[in-house]
Design a protein around this ligand. Structure first.
Ligand code: 4GY
Length: 231
């Protein structure tokens, strides 16, 4: 799967070079094409922003470099083109799964006060938000998408890290985990986890998940309850 990332700050993507995602790139499961929008500016000073029409604070990214950059990396318009912005559809695990089905995603990162609306209207397929807060640019949001989507691809996670039984797969939060030592700070690991009875452990974990979800995320719990027959 290929990710084109359009940004004015390509140096912000160092975190994708290490860890699970860095390994996925080296294995050839995903490809990252990080493109500097500034390279496409036709301005003699490579300017990519200007003052907003109508006045107001800050600068707006101009349409020309963005349009030329997106059409250079995706000339046949075969990728899904996403603009990261707080106005977009909220990202959740269902959306992540949907995005993982595409062969190629183009993620466009805005900064300053945003980008010229004419670029969005002409070139973008979908606006996505990673949450109800304002970042200084779309870069962190795009890395969240690359990270969450990549880990669903075959071979990215190890055998011990499957995605099938995890949180949100079934609208439930994860049950609490414990590891050695058996007693830490005077607190013991729940007995049931040492029993070796896998059926009882499974039941206990589901009960913990349901309890936690009802208490901490009543919104998720309602979805779990509605879908409980399908799970
Ligand atoms: N939240 N989800 C987000 C964001 C920064 C001004 C437009 C978000 O996706 N992106 O906060 N982005 C803004 C900064 C221009 C993007």
């Amino acid at each position: 799967m290929k990710f084109n990332i359009l940004t004015l700050f390509p140096e912000a993507y160092l975190p994708l070079q290490s860890g699970v995602i860095g390994r996925a790139v080296k294995k050839g499961i995903i490809a990252l094409n990080i493109v500097n929008i500034r390279d496409y500016s036709l301005d003699k000073h490579k300017k990519c922003d200007d003052a907003p029409y109508g006045g107001g604070a800050g600068m707006v990214m101009t349409a020309q470099p963005l349009t030329d950059a997106v059409n250079a990396v995706d000339s046949e318009r075969k990728s899904k083109r996403i603009y990261l912005s707080p106005k977009g559809t909220r990202l959740d695990q269902n959306k992540v799964k949907e995005l993982a089905e595409y062969e190629e995603l183009t993620l466009v990162c805005g900064c300053y006060e945003g980008v010229d609306q004419r670029f969005i209207d002409a070139e973008i397929d979908e606006e996505i938000s990673v949450g109800d807060y304002i970042l200084t640019g779309g870069e962190l949001a795009s890395m969240i998408i690359v990270n969450a989507v990549s880990r669903l691809k075959d071979g990215v996670l190890g055998n011990n890290e499957t995605t099938e039984e995890e949180s949100f797969e079934n609208y439930l939060l994860e049950y609490p985990q414990y590891t050695k030592p058996r007693v830490y700070n005077g607190i013991e690991v729940p007995d049931i986890l040492l029993s070796g009875n896998h059926e009882l452990i499974k039941q206990w974990r589901l009960k913990q998940s349901v309890r936690l979800t009802r208490k901490l995320r009543p919104d998720l719990y309602r979805k779990y309850y509605k879908n409980r027959n399908k799970i």
